[in-house]
Ligand binder design. Sequence first.
Ligand code: ADP
Ligand code: MG
Length: 387
Amino acid sequence: MSPPPVLPGATLGVMGGGQLGRMFVQAAQSMGYFTAVLDPDVTSPAGLVAHHHITADYLDAQGLAQLMERSAAITTEFENVPAGALATLGAQRPVAPTADAVAVCQDRAAEKAQFARSGVPCAPYALIDTPTQLAAVSDALLPGILKTARLGYDGKGQAVVADRAALAAAWHRLGQVPCVLEQKLALALELSVVVARSASGALVQLPVQQNLHRSGILAVTQVPSPDASPALQQQAAAAAAQLAADLAYVGVLCVEFFVTTDGALVANEMAPRPHNSGHWSIDGADVCQFGLQVRTLCGLPLVAPRQHSAAVMLNLLGDLWFDAGGAEHTPPWAQVLALPGAHLHLYGKTSARPGRKMGHLTVTAATPGQARATALQAAALLGLPAF
Ligand code: ADP
Ligand code: MG
């Protein structure tokens, strides 16, 4: 028998105070939960809006004890929360996702082993932990992308390497930490799928999302995907569901995919949490990915989300706060908000830096064509490239 659900009125805890934690807190609060965030940064986006902010390091025993004391159930908002901390919490409180599932997504080698177990193809790769493994790399993997096995995000901890000399130099630059070398694939498209799975095995998904990255950072998400065929979308959705089931996953999981120029679908990576590419669901679907996170954490029923509007999301990076001469300015929000269906989300970060995720803008409309046209207007106002 499953335990009784954690009902509104209870306090939900979050490990991590970034924007994903903030949007989780906002979703939980709108359902009548109280919230507690553990993050060492006093100005963390989620800490600023939560009822309780425990400013402590993720491994601080006292901080973890305080979070447990406050919270009826605990989730995480970023995958680099030490799995050990989640295990500590999980011994005393419901924690979703579990430390084991997060550990797989934290490590590109473990993640690729999971893809293989689940029969989901990924890019050809080699593990590089030692100089011997480096020397033994097949030429077929070059040109490739060297990625640290752990702690990478937004294209950080990665290097494109053209040949063996560049590979060796890049591995040294990355500190000779355990890495994976992936063959650099010719990409036609990037897709992602957000899945929510409950402890009882119920599973629901958001529609397939089409993503455009610039400099390794997500720039634009379009839903529905304008370019993926129904068959490809079906394949991506099925692979994501398979992975969630095989991981006995509880919570929200996002699987990123590549579609190669010859039409093959391969898995890229997984995030054990809501994902930047699912932010459109706040405004474009009747249940958003953060609402799904609340439901899975609390053991509440999962209902299939329904997309009620076509949506295009533009990420708002810190670059937008600087003009060509490098002087800081405020982006033209009033003009952007004059566009029909524009939903502005800013994360309350106190200072802008190039490449830093400051917020996102979702444009919703009755048709994909309208959403795209309006999003292109917004992009032009903000000085972002067309897509
Ligand atoms: P991150 O954890 O930073 O999101 P990813 O592994 O998802 O790292 O890589 C970021 C982006 O870099 C991808 O979305 C894709 O655009 C590009 N990329 C990564 N791996 C490959 C690859 N093997 N072939 C081609 N492009 C890749
Ligand atoms: Mg990625």
